[in-house]
Design a protein around this ligand. Structure first.
Ligand code: GLU
Length: 306
């Protein structure tokens, strides 16, 4: 694995997709990446991953930026919008095609159902269908990395996910390609994001290697589960974040990150709370998983990190 030069300045990012309002899970990811960047005296950037118009909600990107601002988190450099970067993705894809590392594929989801959706070889070549472009993943593509929180992670990408889609048959760029190109172009040294994306990291590392790009350090923040260990239901995970009274959600996100509740208890403003959070943040207190229950009557999250 290509390691990022440890002497490079720390540069982190938060990269939401504008598919709706920020929910509690995204607030935890934003706060965690922000705190780690500040802890390392690094920069923190926001990138808007607006590459999937069919799933996007008009105005959601602006609303997400307003929420982050209400919680005191603004990008240290101008926000990068993926929708402005088609040329860069096309260039990267062109490089992979020229190298023989990517190929056109006309298989549909239905075609691949029999193999669990894992593409290894094309089962149709129907020229009437528009092609997707996939990364050719060699047999035994085992990728291992040391996650900053979750520890040793490995995946045999050909068996777990197969040939990775880079451009979809509908013409849209796949998240996997865009995220790899952008993390490199923006000089991101540390990717800090939710553990729901842990499984995507090995294929992103393969793609970095195919493009000759460096691999950043990764840290996947705790998955938030309910008291029974189940992933939070959609309605709970989508708990609305209130821009006008941010302190309760900020405190809950802080506790979800395993940090001492007392540190923010007396804060009367977001600015005071974040200043205190920076002083008291302990990276080694981050839990791998956070159990949370929700006080239904108040619709407020109560975090208990383990
Ligand atoms: N845009 C992705 C999401 O909202 C996150 C991408 C990332 O952090 O790598 O799930």
């Amino acid at each position: 694995m290509t390691e990022t030069d440890p002497h490079l300045t720390y540069r982190g990012r938060f990269a939401p997709s504008p598919t709706g309002r920020l929910h509690f899970g995204s607030l935890v990811a934003a706060l965690g990446s922000w705190l780690l960047a500040r802890h390392h005296r690094g920069e923190w950037l926001i990138r808007m991953e607006d590459l999937d118009p069919p799933r996007e909600v008009p105005g959601a990107a602006e609303a997400q930026l307003a929420t982050l601002a209400a919680f005191g988190m603004t990008s240290d450099l101008p926000v990068v919008w993926q929708s402005q970067r088609h040329d860069r993705y096309a260039e990267a894809l062109g490089q992979l095609l020229a190298d023989g590392a990517a190929f056109e594929c006309r298989c549909s989801r239905t075609d691949l159902a029999a193999v669990g959706g894992i593409h290894r070889v094309c089962v149709t070549h129907d020229p009437a269908r528009p092609p997707a472009i996939r990364l050719r993943v060699a047999d035994d593509s085992r990728v291992a990395f040391a996650d900053g929180l979750q520890g040793f992670v490995e995946q045999t990408v050909d068996r777990a996910v197969g040939d990775v889609v880079l451009r979809r048959a509908d013409g849209f760029w796949a998240y996997q390609l865009a995220v790899v190109v952008d993390d490199a172009d923006q000089g991101i040294s540390d990717v800090v994001r939710g553990a729901d994306l842990l499984d995507s990291t090995p294929r992103q590392i393969l793609l970095q290697r195919a493009l000759g790009l460096p691999t950043p350090r990764y840290l996947h923040l705790p998955l938030i589960v309910d008291a029974d260990g189940q992933k939070l239901s959609k309605s709970m995970a989508a708990l609305p974040i209130d821009n006008d009274t941010p302190l309760p959600a900020l405190r809950a996100a802080w506790t979800a990150l395993g940090q001492p509740a007392g540190a923010l208890a007396d804060a009367t403003s977001v600015a005071v709370a974040l200043a205190s959070a920076q002083r008291h943040f302990q990276a080694d207190a981050l839990p791998k998983v956070t159990h949370m229950t929700f006080a239904a009557a108040h619709n407020k999250p109560v975090a208990g990190a383990v």
